[in-house]
Design a binder for this molecule. Structure first.
Ligand code: F6R
Length: 608
């Protein structure tokens, strides 16, 4: 996710901005840049790649000035490139902007501004902002920014400097983080506290649509109507390390808590009630879809588990047969593929060697490849015919959490799009699933509140050597992901089983005290699932069950239960996986494991 810093003071801005950006590197980025006012001129240096590249450029051609803004970019609109990097400026280079977030109506704004003669250089959504500010500038920068934001839909934290008022920095936020640092005769803005901790521990926490205006006279906080606001100063007592994790102990738990936002972002502008599903730049047509007779979903690990949910969703909603394959197996089994095949590859990093190899194999046979990935400009995104991005933001913990839930959302979006194209669902049916999807972020927040049951269960059971995860239908798919989470971060052996299959052999392993996690969200299979749970209970298992609210009868059969808010059954995995992620996390913490960097694992597996 992008990082922003800004400085107004007496020091050279350049090293302050670079230091601040280096403290935001943990957020993930693919390019970086600064804009500094030097002798009333705007000097911008930016480039693709690591911060070290930017530093080298600045060492070669230093910029001297005490007012500036800096940015690390995590690409969403447009490839990582020098041109798409921030800051972005207006045509005569008098106004420069850094931005974190997504301007949802940027295409309309681009058209509107182009009709007024504004020229665009990049593919970014951000570039509309300096042009909007330019359009509204009538001698007062904050007034121009205030007018500009009335045109903007979406999320933003922005920092703006201008040669018209060279000592000034204006910043505002909505649904993206932004803090203000208060030093002695110097002020800062930043996406996160670590960026400024070297200089000050006193900060203002901005709320949505609150403005900060900094110049040589000091600092002002304003409402969107220009009225002055007073705010309490927040004194930071944490160290920089804790601050990077937003106060959470590990990146994994932070990322688990980021899921409501990640889910919401991934649906943004694609799922809108009363409007057809929008698939970004995906070009697959109704006619081409009618010609597709087979879909393969190919991926590894967690992404493979998202693929299994995708199979259920596409088959149920769009009635297209789907096979799901582990990427490392796929190409060695001589799969049947031709131009009537659609391959969906799923990869958070977009760099997984096995997944890339499968993609290339499919292309050799003339199959069309659609990628679901989280990284703009990754190898998978460049080599696939079509890309649907998950907008989870960078995932830093090795164990995948928010990438999985956003991959599920991407799968539902595709399934609904296919269903619409093929006419397998009525408009009302599609609208009702969309309405349920839009409620998922809020329901996910609800699930995140029920930690105590899981913490208690973890502290009683963390010493076990084996655990079982049982489910039927979609619950089985989620059970696989829950089991993988537990294995990889707590090193406890676990197996996910289709609950009805257990009695065909594996039930021999159940004895007094064996821990069984049972998922029971699928209404049609509920009674059958309860029978399977009874089978393990009577053999002495200690069962923790997850079911929808309203199904409290499950308590008669199990030892402990946790309820998740009711949603459409097909969407249940988005909610039911969250307690499984939390359970794995709490068990790993109890065991003292290195949660964010489990042994033997890497975040991106670039070898076959
Ligand atoms: C598990 C995990 C891995 C990845 C797998 C694929 O938590 O993170 O199983 O899901 O290595 O990685 P991507 O999605 O980057 O292709």
């Amino acid at each position: 996710m992008c990082g922003i810093v800004g400085y107004v003071g007496k020091k050279e801005a350049s090293p302050v901005l670079i230091h601040g950006l280096s403290k935001l590197e943990y957020r993930g980025y693919d390019s970086a840049g600064v804009a500094i006012i030097e002798d009333n001129l705007l000097k911008v240096t930016k480039c693709k790649g690591r911060l070290a590249n930017l530093e080298a450029k600045l060492n070669e051609n230093p910029i001297h000035g005490a007012v500036g803004i800096g940015h690390t970019r995590w690409a969403t609109h447009g490839e990582p490139s020098d041109l798409n990097s921030h800051p972005h400026s207006n045509e005569d280079e008098t106004i420069s902007v850094v931005h974190n977030g997504i301007i949802e109506n940027y295409l309309q704004l681009r058209e509107w501004l182009s009709a007024k003669g504004y020229k665009f250089m990049s593919e970014t959504d951000t570039e509309v902002i300096p042009h909007l500010v330019d359009y509204y500038y009538k001698g007062n920068l904050e007034e121009a920014v205030m007018k500009a934001i009335t045109k903007m839909e979406g999320s933003y934290a922005i920092g703006v400097v201008s040669t018209h008022e060279p000592g000034k920095l204006v910043a505002v936020r909505k649904d993206s983080p932004l803090i203000v640092g208060l030093g002695k005769d110097e002020f800062f803005i930043a996406s996160d506290i670590p960026a400024i901790l070297n200089y000050t521990r006193d900060i203002y926490l901005l709320n949505d649509k609150e403005f900060v205006v900094i110049n040589e006279d000091g600092i002002k906080l304003l409402t969107e109507d220009g009225d002055e606001i007073k705010k309490d100063v927040f004194h930071v007592t944490w160290n920089a390390d804790a601050a990077e994790k937003g106060g959470y102990e590990h990146f994994m738990i932070k990322e688990i808590h980021e899921q409501p936002k990640a889910i919401k972002d991934t649906m943004t502008s694609r799922i809108v009630l009363g409007k057809p599903i929008a698939l970004d730049k995906i070009t697959i047509t109704k006619e081409q879809l009618a010609n597709i007779d087979r879909v393969y979903i190919v991926a590894c690990g967690t992404a493979y588990h998202a693929g299994i949910v995708g199979k259920y969703a596409i088959e149920k909603l769009a009635r297209i047969p789907v096979e799901v394959d582990i990427a490392s197996e796929f190409r060695y089994r001589n799969p049947i593929m031709n131009e009537k095949t659609l391959m969906i590859v799923v990869s958070q990093s977009g760099e997984t060697a096995d997944t890339l190899a499968a993609l290339r194999e499919a292309k050799k046979y003339g199959a069309r490849v659609l990628a679901i990935t989280n990284v703009v400009g990754s190898s998978v995104s460049r080599e696939a015919d079509d890309v649907l991005y998950t907008w989870a933001g960078p995932e830093i913990a090795v164990a995948s959490t928010k990438a999985y839930t956003t991959q599920l959302i991407a799968m539902y979006i595709l399934a609904l799009y296919f269903a619409d194209c093929k006419g397998t669902l009525s408009t009302d049916e599609i609208e009702s699933i969309k309405a349920e999807m839009l409620k998922l972020p809020e329901k996910c927040e609800e699930v995140l509140k029920h930690k105590e049951v899981l913490q208690k269960f973890a502290s009683k059971n963390f010493m076990h050597k084996d655990m079982f995860f049982l489910g039927r239908g979609l619950d089985y798919a989620v059970a696989m992901e829950g089991s993988l989470k537990l294995k990889e971060i707590s090193y406890i052996h676990s197996e996910a089983y289709a609950a009805g299959e257990l009695k065909h052999g594996t039930i021999a392993l159940i004895e007094k005290g064996t821990v069984v996690i049972a998922l029971a969200t699928q209404e049609e299979l509920f009674e059958k699932m309860l029978s399977n749970v009874k089978e393990v209970k009577t053999r002495g298992a200690n069962v923790l069950a997850f079911a929808f609210e309203g199904n409290e009868t499950v308590e008669k059969t199990v030892d402990s239960a946790l309820y998740i808010p009711k949603t459409a059954e097909i969407l249940a995995p988005v909610l039911s996986v969250v307690p499984l992620q939390l359970l794995a996390y709490y068990i790993a913490v109890q065991k003292g494991c290195d949660v964010d960097k489990p042994r033997n694992l890497a975040k991106s597996v670039t070898v076959e």
